[in-house]
Design a binder for this molecule. Structure first.
Ligand code: SAH
Ligand code: SF4
Ligand code: F3S
Length: 462
């Protein structure tokens, strides 16, 4: 019997990327091998995101396009997983007659049985059962040979209990629950044994890691991860500003593997909006935390998320957000237009903002941030940065005027990241094959020669 082919399309955040890896690892023992060719797939899984209406539309339009394929190949199994699946459940089956399986965010561990049942009986299944706690078999070690990445995500907790009024996550990911420190450490050790050098610990609010269960706190978990041999770098996301402790800030100085970067979503600079969002901190408290972070670790990179056009956001309130962006000077910013989510309370809030105004506000935020990003990047030219090499550059067809020539010498273009999470490209004159083994996953000293808008260009020193 030949191997069967599994095609996964992942939409959404890092947690979905991690989950898609889990899906691959769960199905590998059944003989499913990943493919990126839809036409030859035996099982197609769409891992979905419900955070904004656009992401949800993207999911249904992808599924819609699969109809002709299913008509020519009735034995094909089409499954929808992730946050939209959790939210819509049974409704997906009526709306999409060619979909065989809808599985929610807590159903991944049951996926092998679900797929086998469908293959054997051609039934259609919805599994969106959720659990309040995590059990050890909710997670599986990554299947050997599936990934050769230098950097990997590790989910340390799932769900969210914060109930920001715009957000769908608590409804589609369930109650907040943490994995045990032992399980997390052994998963990372396993990854490191297979070549991973950098991990990003994932949770919707990592600051409250282990609190419900009475495990150690997040800073203590970082201590343990920091001791894992041959692991080079640790990152984490996301921190909720209300719970960011001084102990965690101090960890940036204490732990040599912890990268000097924090993603601290602020959402808005106006107190009244923060209140309506149920964020439970105000502008000043946020700014105080930024101040303390920079006192403790002056070089730390800070990135954030902003929502523009939240219901009732006045021109003054929007200006408060603009002035906060100006005051902080973020290294990077993800800005989003507020999107009504049927499950989230803000859908019922009054004074919805006009689409045109929302777009205008988004544009203003992006233009303002662009200047900061460029300034921060430019400040690095002439400096020496330690990077972890990811591999050959994904975008080899770089805009040519952006790419400084290197004395006409030819070579391969590589990329890596600084501890502050900035992308650095560089040339190495050597055959790719020989160097691939040697460079990928290594740390290198790079002299930064040029700052581009979203990355840096440099020259290896060794
Ligand atoms: N747990 C993380 C973020 C999860 S969602 C946190 O607490 O920060 C990622 C980002 O999507 C959020 O920070 C927010 O900026 C944005 N977002 C969430 N719901 C949204 C909505 N309904 N409309 C627009 N943006 C939204
Ligand atoms: Fe959503 Fe708020 Fe939870 Fe983040 S903290 S996932 S924004 S409810
Ligand atoms: Fe989207 Fe679900 Fe992540 S809604 S942002 S994929 S937790």
């Amino acid at each position: 019997m030949g191997l069967k082919k599994l095609f996964i399309n992942t939409i959404g955040c890092q947690m979905n990327v991690y989950d898609s890896g889990q899906i691959q690892s769960r199905l590998a023992p059944l003989g499913y091998e990943p493919t990126d060719n839809l036409a030859i797939a035996d099982v197609i899984i769409l891992n979905t995101c419900a955070i904004r209406a656009k992401a949800e539309q993207k999911a249904f339009s992808f599924l819609g396009r699969l109809l002709p394929l299913k008509e020519t190949k009735p034995e094909l199994i089409i499954a929808m997983g992730g946050c939209v699946a959790q939210q819509e459940g049974q409704k997906v089956l009526s709306r999409m007659p060619h979909v065989d399986l809808v599985f929610g965010t807590h159903a991944i561990r049951r996926l092998p049985q679900l797929i086998q049942r469908i293959a054997a009986t051609r039934c259609r299944i919805v599994d969106i059962e959720m659990a309040a706690t995590i059990s050890a078999d909710d997670f599986t070690p990554s299947h050997p040979g599936l990934s050769s990445d230098v950097s990997a995500f590790v989910t340390i907790m799932r769900g969210c209990d914060n109930y920001c009024t715009y957000c769908v996550v608590p409804y589609v990911r369930g109650r907040e629950a943490s994995r045990t420190p032992d399980e997390i450490v052994s998963e990372i050790e396993h990854l490191v044994d297979h070549g991973v050098r950098e991990v990003t610990l994932l949770g919707q609010n990592v600051n409250s890691y282990g609190q419900k269960e009475g495990f150690c706190n997040f800073a203590q978990l970082l201590d343990r991860v920091n001791r894992i041999k041959d692991l080079v770098r640790i990152r984490f996301t996301t921190s909720h500003p209300k719970d960011l402790s001084e102990e965690l800030m101090l960890a940036f100085n204490r732990l040599e593997k912890l990268c000097p970067h924090i993603h601290l979503p602020v959402q808005s600079g106006a107190d009244a909006v923060l209140k309506r969002m149920n964020r439970r901190y105000n502008r000043q408290q946020y700014l105080d935390k930024i101040g303390l972070l920079r006192t403790i670790h002056p070089d730390i990179a800070i990135t954030s998320d902003i929502i523009v056009g939240f219901p009732g956001e006045t021109e003054e309130e929007f200006e408060d957000t603009m002035s906060l962006i100006d005051q902080v000077g973020f290294d990077g910013l993800f800005a989003f237009i507020y999107s009504d989510r049927p499950n989230a309370p803000a859908v019922r809030f009054e004074n919805k903002i006009d689409e045109a105004i929302k777009k205008e506000r988004l544009q203003k935020v992006l233009i303002c941030q662009e200047a900061f990003t460029r300034k921060k990047n430019r400040a690095l030219t002439g400096s020496i940065q330690e990077i972890l090499v990811d591999g050959l550059s994904k975008h080899l067809n770089y805009i040519s005027e952006d790419r400084p020539t290197h004395d006409g010498k030819d070579g391969m273009q590589w990329s890596g990241r600084t501890g502050t999470n900035k992308i650095v490209h560089f040339m190495q004159e050597a055959p790719a094959d020989a160097w691939n083994q040697m460079l990928t996953g290594r740390t290198m000293e790079i002299m930064i020669e040029k700052a581009m808008s979203h990355s840096l260009w440099g020259r290896p020193l060794s």
